[in-house]
Ligand binder design. Structure first.
Ligand code: ATP
Length: 210
């Protein structure tokens, strides 16, 4: 069965690397991918833009294509976005269909600080997206968890609902939302680092210029 893959994050704001890695993950896994904005991320400072603005930016960025979708359930739920709760909810909806939690290598390295993180591996597969400057700096506990779950071929994730870890080698793009926010704050125009759909709705970026 074709997996459902979700890429969570603050998307504060969405940038072209988010789209590029989500697109490439969908190809490497032969999966449907959804971007899933978090409302109040438990492990970091609150987003600069409110949820409505971040979703408007995501919608503008995703307009006109159907391979990468949007799932706003964490915003609808409000409160801290615990990924383990979200995956349990998704699992209840999709039955035995393979589910993949996509994480950039930076986010994956931080997994041991997440709420009930061992349970994530029971609920979904983990797809670890390569990211420049973030290579395998894992705690011993995370390395142990990965050791028995690692598979070389991402297509093997089609054969079970959850439990495997696959490295997804995507095009290295050294772009981050932090960099985009810094440029906007400095009065610059990061035009070519943002998805084309956003250029037509440039007012949506005002929150980052203040
Ligand atoms: P910030 O700079 O605010 O930390 P970010 O650019 O990392 O933001 P997030 O919304 O936190 O963006 O990212 C969502 C997910 O996408 C995370 O799992 C993150 O690791 C991954 N990701 C973001 N940018 C890249 C990139 N350039 N290459 C690979 N993965 C990425």
């Amino acid at each position: 069965m074709r997996p459902l893959a979700v890429l969570g994050g603050t998307f504060d704001p969405i940038h072209i690397a988010h789209l590029a890695v989500a697109w490439e993950a969908s190809e490497l896994l032969d999966a449907d991918v959804r971007l899933m904005p978090a409302s109040v991320p438990p492990h970091r400072s609150p987003p600069i833009a409110d949820a409505t603005t971040r979703v408007a930016l995501l919608r503008a960025a995703l307009r006109g294509q159907d391979r990468v979708g949007l799932d706003t359930r964490e915003l609808a739920r409000g409160g801290p976005s615990y990924t383990v709760d979200t995956l349990a909810e998704l699992r209840g909806e999709i039955g035995e269909r393979p589910l993949v939690l996509l994480l950039g290598a930076d986010a994956f390295a931080g997994l041991p600080s997440w709420h009930h993180w061992h349970e994530l591996f029971e609920l979904a597969h983990l797809g670890v997206l390569s990211r420049p400057g973030h290579a395998g700096d894992w705690t011993a506990e995370l390395a142990r968890e990965v050791a028995s779950r690692r598979v070389a071929d991402p297509r093997l994730l089609h054969t079970a609902p959850a439990g495997m870890v696959a490295a997804l080698e995507v095009t290295p793009l050294e772009i981050s939302a932090t960099r985009i926010r810094d440029l906007l704050q400095a009065g610059r125009d990061p035009r070519w680092l943002l998805p084309p759909g956003i250029r037509d709705d440039a007012g949506l970026l005002d929150a980052y210029r203040m």
